[in-house]
Design a protein around this ligand. Sequence first.
Ligand SMILES: Nc1ncnc2c1ncn2[C@@H]1O[C@H](COP(=O)(O)OP(=O)(O)OP(=O)(O)O)[C@@H](O)[C@H]1O
Ligand SMILES: [Mg+2]
Length: 325
Amino acid sequence: MVESVVSVENLQIKFDVSVPLLSRLLKRKPKTYVHAVRGVDFSIKKGETFSLVGESGCGKSTVAKLLSGLHKPSDGSVVFKGHDLVSLSRSKLKEVRRGFQMIFQDPYASLNPRWKVADIIGEPIDLFGLADSKQHKQAMVIELLHQVGLSGEDRLKYPHEFSGGQRQRISIARALASKPEFLICDEPTSALDVSVQAQVLNIMSELQEKLGLTYLFISHDMSVVSHFSDRVGIMYLGRLVEVGEVADIFNSPKHPYTKMLMEAIPSMDEINKERTPVSGEVPSPLNPPSGCAFHPRCPNATHACASESPVLRDLGERSVACLNV
Ligand SMILES: Nc1ncnc2c1ncn2[C@@H]1O[C@H](COP(=O)(O)OP(=O)(O)OP(=O)(O)O)[C@@H](O)[C@H]1O
Ligand SMILES: [Mg+2]
């Protein structure tokens, strides 16, 4: 059996979005919370790409941040190679954190504009004490730049001297500098042109194969997800509603929400086919619907769906959270 690199169990986070204390007391308002992630379970095997899909605000980035340690879960666990990250000491966490890195959507915002590329990529090398000497560090930076298709000389430039695609390559090189096994990629190509997207995705695929990387991949683009992933998790209002192999999910979706997302994808084979746009709006996470959160938009909803919250059930090859599947 292939070991899982990362697994999350009953992952939850509530954000306190209450108005300031004084106005709350004056207006006699209770505290308000956004329950952004509400009991998410999944595990990702070594060398696998697991993608999270769902409409804006469903909690994809929040899951990514919980995994990378940028948020602390309100409940549940994140286990990375056998270590429960929530209960690790600071020093142990630093050591374990070397094994995973994050790539963000906007490479310009995530690269320090005042630093040369050599310093940007060199920082994690210093932080984790990975080089024996200056020469060794420089050789490592050059090797990393080559790995992402840039030249060694590029280390002497600043981020603004590169195109968007090249900047994202620099982000990838920086992420790889600490020799991680697991990369959390939150919309890594969404800010790029289609042709540049393909180049960056190809580099990510090549690196995955060469270095045996494991990816958590988040994207709005279903065609990118279908090409790039091994397994997919569909999220709705902070919960996973369907998880399975990419081909199963795309060819025979079972959850009504997954079906709705799939019917909205344009297809080259069926140019004249009428697409059904995704209908309805995502309800506010401040005041989610009772029972199954999807029931107000669901064409198959029954009375039970308004009161009973479905759990993710294991149906063999995939898991589905729907009372009617
Ligand atoms: N720091 C925060 N404080 C309060 N609420 C937050 C915070 N971060 C996220 N949220 C809320 O949590 C929910 C999930 O947000 P998240 O950014 O994870 O969505 P997403 O699926 O990544 O959306 P998108 O596709 O637009 O990137 C949203 O309702 C958002 O407003
Ligand atoms: Mg997001």
